[in-house]
Design a protein. Structure first.
Length: 221
């Protein structure tokens, strides 16, 4: 018999009719915001599968926009996310898209910034309000929020894994999981830690000039 966590059974504290289509959608979008950074003036949601089929009836659109505004799953403002986004001047679009062989409750969140830059995240709502981030700016990842996670990008070269693991080890931090994904000449290193790492240590790693991108995610409600 499969073991279930209490969270899987009772679901999250949330606003909306469906943990997968509202709470999960909100968490995907808010996590995408945490990864890509704030300051965007436009966000596009490319809806896949059942997200595309039922996003209006289940409030997925309101939940996604609420996450992009930084709201938690249990925030009463979720119901009014359209009005709040309009008031704050945040432009948004919802389009139906085929994202390939991914979970049916999936969405690509694309943030556009005033300087013309764009950043995107693909996430899936996998049930009970739980999510998995499966792609960041075109690079495959696997982030579920179970552990604090450091995501780094760099041009392929030796010594990076040793550097990151050494900095964490000498400061007595445990690594739960570490893996790399290569795309052309760019490598994405994902490192999960068993506990929160101090901002000083994270900044020391991220500010290394070999990294073109660095983000430490400590979990999103």
């Amino acid at each position: 018999m499969k073991d279930y966590k209490v969270f899987d059974i009772i679901g999250p504290i949330m606003i909306g009719p469906s943990s997968s289509h509202t709470a999960g959608a909100c968490r995907i979008s808010k996590t995408a915001r945490a990864i890509c950074g704030e300051g965007y003036n436009h966000v596009e949601f490319k809806l896949h599968g059942s997200f595309a089929a039922t996003y209006k009836g289940h409030g997925t659109d309101k939940a996604l926009l609420a996450g992009a505004l930084g709201f938690d799953t249990d925030d009463e403002r979720l119901r009014n996310s359209f009005e709040i986004a309009d008031k704050e001047g945040l432009k948004y679009d919802f389009t139906i898209s085929d994202l390939g062989k991914v979970h049916p409750n999936s969405v690509k969140v694309i943030f556009s910034y005033p300087d013309g830059s764009v950043s995107e995240v693909v996430g899936s709502s996998i049930g009970g309000g739980n999510i998995e981030i499966i792609e960041v700016d075109g690079s495959p990842v696997s982030y579920t929020g179970e552990f604090p996670t450091l995501i780094l990008k760099y041009s392929e070269q030796t010594g990076i894994i040793h550097y990151v693991s050494s900095v964490l080890d000498k400061n007595n931090y445990n690594i739960e999981n570490m893996y790399t994904v290569k795309r052309d000449d760019e490598v994405t290193l994902v490192t999960e830690t068993t506990e929160l790492v101090s901002s000083d240590i994270i900044n020391e790693i991220i500010n290394d000039q070999r990294f073109s991108f660095g983000k430490y995610i400590t979990g999103v409600k």
